[in-house]
Design a protein around this ligand. Structure first.
Ligand code: MN
Length: 257
């Protein structure tokens, strides 16, 4: 039997499970909120065209209003100045969209400290236990933040000093971008960077360094808790928006049970 026939049978039989890592997309999906003087994206919205009525007696359909960076979505290099000569979302290498992934669980640390920043030493300690980061694959960074994703205020966790959500240290972002073979970083928060990232050096280090290195970001993932640390195949399906800096995406994981 061929490899793909075996995979099809394993999925049908349940020995390979499909886990949906995508947040539902609706008008209540949390969106990023940048401080003044920066411009902001719109919330997702449906605009009804017809619904079995005089506008279309037998059919229902909508126009959608959305940002590229709304809900579970993919960031590509042109999103950032440092990656402006890189690819747009219509040109993402297909091997980035179907790729192995590992899951690093720092939810206990993030529960203690909402401003927790992942360090190089912590990733190195993880690889010493579980093996190397996947060549051309994804580092999925679990923080437990998906439990908050039903509520915009809880998710952004902002006060007068800005948003307080976990992220990655500038040193670790540089190391992931320049020294590791991953194609991207996936997170549970509203963006790949920490809530306090406007004040880090460089500002928004994951965006600056990973996108500047031709790599990618995936945000607002959920259900990472149900994945093993290794042995995950990730499927990412952004819209091929020509010239686009990112796109909402359905993200699925294949896991052997
Ligand atoms: Mn984004």
């Amino acid at each position: 039997m061929s490899l793909l026939d075996e995979l099809g049978q394993a999925i049908a039989g349940g020995t390979v499970e499909i886990v949906d890592l995508t947040a539902p997309l609706s008008s209540s999906t949390p969106v990023l909120r940048l401080p003044e003087p920066f411009a902001n994206t719109i919330p997702f919205r449906l605009e009804e065209i017809s619904r079995y009525d005089e506008r279309g007696p037998r059919w229902y359909w909508n126009d959608i209003h959305t940002g590229e960076h709304t809900g579970t979505h993919l960031d590509v290099p042109v999103h950032w100045l440092s990656g402006k000569d890189g690819h747009d979302v219509s040109r993402v290498p297909l091997k980035t969209l179907v790729a192995p992934a590992v899951v690093l669980d720092f939810s206990a640390r993030a529960a203690e400290d909402a401003d927790f920043l992942l360090s190089v030493d912590e990733v190195r300690a993880w690889t010493a236990e579980h093996g190397p980061l996947p060549d051309g694959g994804w580092l999925l960074y679990r923080t437990g933040w998906d439990a908050r994703s039903g509520d915009q205020e809880d998710f952004l966790n902002a006060d007068e000093t800005g948003s307080h959500t976990p992220g990655v240290s500038p040193e670790c972002a540089r190391w992931l971008a320049e020294e590791t073979p991953i194609t991207g970083l996936g997170v549970e928060t509203v963006g790949t960077d920490a809530g306090q990232a406007p004040g880090l050096d460089p500002m928004f280090p994951c965006h600056e360094l990973l996108l500047g290195a031709g790599k990618h970001g995936l945000t607002q993932l959920r259900n990472l808790a149900s994945l093993p640390p290794t042995g995950v195949l990730l499927l990412v399906s952004p819209l091929p928006i020509v010239g686009g800096s990112g796109s909402p995406a359905r993200v699925l994981a294949l896991v052997e049970r």
